[in-house]
Write a protein that binds this ligand. Structure first.
Ligand code: CMX
Length: 440
C-alpha cells in the first residue's frame, strides 16, 4: 500500500473505535429538535450527517479540519515560486486531518500524474454529444463513461469483504481525481477551441496542469487555479453536491456513480451553476445599460428589476452562512492584488456595496451577503476564460477533492445506508389534530 493509504487506514481504525464508543455511551442524546417548518423547508438546521473533512460556521465560514481559508493560504505547501496553496495539500489535510509537508503535497502531485490516464472510450462518449450540450452534461457523461474503471464495482462483484470497502474506494478516489482535469480540459477545448487538444505536462501540479491543458500558460492564471481548486473543494456535508455524493455512496454505488450524482446537483442554478449565472447576469446588465462600468445607482436599479422579475440575484445568499463568504473575500483579495483596475472586478466590488442593503430591505432573506460564486467568474474573464457555461465544470473538478475524501471516510467508518423518514401532509394534519403518531 502507498504511504498515504497506510496512514489513512491507521487513522480510520482509530476513528472507528472512538465513534463506536461515542455512539454506545451517548447514542440516545438528542441534538436539537426538528420542527414541522424544518421538515417542509429543506431540512435547514437539522444536524443529521457526519462529514469529517470540513465544518461550516454561519458567522466565520468554512474551516477545513479546523483551518480557515486564510490559514490554509499561509500553511499549505505552494508550487515553486507560487503564493497560493496547492490543492494537493488540502486533499492531504482533509484525508488525514494533518497539515502536509511540501514533500507530502509533491508526492500526491506525482501519484495523480501517474494515475491520470483516461481511457479512449471516455472521450468517445463525450464526442457522441452535440457541441451545443452544456459542459456540465458532457462532464458528468465523461465521469459516468469512466465508471468502467471502478475498482470498487469490480471487487464488489467478486464478493469483497465489507471491511475492505474503504481500500477500493480510496483507489477509485485517487484515480478519479487524477483523471478529472483531463476530462474538464478536453470538454473546454472540444466545445470552445476547435477541438485542438493539449497534451498534459507531466511536470506540473494538478491545478497547474489543468490550466495548461485548457490552454492557459500565464503563471498567475495557474496560481488562480490553485486557489480556486482549494477554496471550492468542500463546504461540510449538507450542501447538495456533498450530500448527494454521500447519499448515493451510502447505497454502495461506487465513487464514479456517487460523484457523478453529486455533480448533477452542483449543476443546479441555486448551487454551483450560480457561478455562470453571475457573469451572465453582469454581462446582460452591461449590455442593457450599454456600459462596461455601470454606476452604483444603475446597478441598484438593475437589482430591483431582477427581483421584480421574480428572479434571484445570483451569487448572493446562503442556506447556512450569515456573513460574507470568506471564499468571496479570498477571491476579492486575489483580484485586488493581480487586477485592481479590471472593470469587471470593479463592477463585482460595486455590486458587493449595492446588493446587501437591497436584499436586507426585503426582510425575508436570511443572508444578504455574497457567496463563493459572486466573484469567481470576473477573475476567469480577466484571463480570457469568457465561456461562462464552463465555469461550473471547474467547481466540479475542485469539489471532487472534498466529496471523495469524505466518501473514503464514509466507507472506512462503515456509515449506514442513508434513509430518513418522510411523512405525508395527510399524516401531518392527523397528527396536528391529535389523531395519531406519524413518526413510525
Ligand atoms: N435573491 C433573491 N431572493 C433571494 C436570494 C437572492 N440572492 N436569496 C434568498 N432569496 C429568497 C429565497 O428565494 C426565499 O424566497 P421565498 O420565501 O419567496 O421562497 C427567501 O429569500 C428566503 O430564503 P433564505 O432562507 O434566505 O435562503 P435559502 O436557504 O432558501 O436559499 C440560496 C439559499 C443560496 C438558494 C439563495 O440564497 C439563492 O437562491 N441565492 C442565489 C443563488 C446562488 O447564489 N446560489 C449559490 C449558493 C452557493 C453555492 O452553493 O454555490
Amino acid at each position: 500500500m502507498g504511504v498515504l493509504k497506510d496512514r489513512f487506514k491507521e487513522k480510520a481504525d482509530l476513528a472507528n473505535v472512538e465513534i463506536k464508543s461515542i455512539v454506545k455511551e451517548h447514542g440516545t442524546k438528542k441534538i436539537g429538535e426538528v420542527t414541522l417548518a424544518q421538515i417542509y423547508q429543506g431540512m435547514r438546521g437539522i444536524t443529521g450527517l457526519v462529514t469529517e473533512t470540513s465544518l461550516l460556521d454561519a458567522q466565520e465560514g468554512i474551516r477545513f479540519r479546523g483551518y480557515t481559508i486564510p490559514e490554509l493560504q499561509e500553511k499549505l505547501p505552494k508550487a515553486p515560486g507560487g503564493g497560493e496553496p496547492l490543492p494537493e495539500g488540502l486533499f492531504h489535510l482533509m484525508l488525514l486531518g494533518e497539515l502536509p509537508t511540501d514533500e507530502d503535497a509533491h508526492h500526491i502531485s506525482n501519484v495523480w500524474q501517474r494515475r491520470s490516464h483516461v481511457p479512449t472510450h471516455v472521450f468517445k462518449a463525450i464526442d457522441a454529444l452535440p457541441l451545443t450540450t452544456h459542459p456540465m452534461t458532457m462532464y458528468v457523461v465523461g465521469v459516468m463513461a469512466m465508471q468502467t474503471e471502478s475498482n470498487f464495482a469490480k471487487e464488489y462483484a467478486k464478493g469483497i469483504n465489507k471491511k475492505d470497502y474503504w481500500s477500493v474506494v480510496y483507489d477509485d478516489t485517487m484515480d478519479l481525481i487524477a483523471r478529472l482535469p483531463r476530462i474538464a480540459a478536453y470538454i473546454y477545448r472540444r466545445k470552445y477551441k476547435n477541438k485542438e487538444y493539449i497534451e498534459p505536462n507531466g511536470l506540473l501540479d494538478w491545478a497547474g496542469n489543468l490550466a495548461h491543458m485548457m490552454g492557459f500558460e500565464d503563471e498567475s492564471f495557474k496560481e488562480l487555479m490553485r486557489l480556486y481548486m482549494t477554496i471550492h473543494a468542500d463546504h461540510e456535508g449538507g450542501n447538495v453536491s456533498a450530500h448527494t455524493t454521500h447519499l448515493v455512496g451510502s447505497a454502495l454505488s461506487d465513487p464514479y456513480l456517487s460523484y457523478a450524482a453529486g455533480m448533477n446537483g452542483l449543476a443546479g442554478p441555486l448551487h454551483g451553476l450560480a457561478n455562470q449565472e453571475v457573469i451572465k447576469w453582469i454581462f446582460e446588465m452591461q449590455e442593457k445599460l450599454d456600459t462596461d462600468l455601470p454606476a452604483k445607482e444603475q446597478i441598484a436599479q438593475y437589482v430591483k428589476d431582477t427581483l421584480e422579475g421574480g428572479k434571484v440575484v445570483p451569487g448572493y445568499g446562503h442556506a447556512v452562512l450569515r456573513k460574507t463568504d470568506p471564499r468571496f473575500t479570498a477571491q476579492m483579495e486575489f483580484g485586488k492584488k493581480h487586477m485592481p483596475e479590471d472593470k469587471l472586478c470593479r463592477t463585482v466590488w460595486n455590486i458587493y456595496e449595492v446588493v446587501p442593503p437591497i436584499l436586507q430591505s426585503l426582510g425575508k432573506i436570511k443572508n444578504p451577503w455574497p457567496n463563493v460564486d459572486a466573484h469567481s467568474g470576473a477573475l476567469l474573464v480577466h484571463y480570457g476564460l469568457v465561456e461562462y457555461e464552463f465555469y461550473t465544470v471547474l467547481f466540479a473538478v475542485s469539489r471532487a477533492l472534498g466529496v471523495l475524501s469524505s466518501l473514503c471516510w464514509d466507507r472506512a467508518l462503515g456509515f449506514a445506508l442513508e434513509r430518513p423518514k418522510s411523512v405525508t401532509t395527510e399524516a401531518v394534519k392527523n397528527w396536528i389534530d391529535g389523531k395519531g403518531e406519524i413518526w413510525e
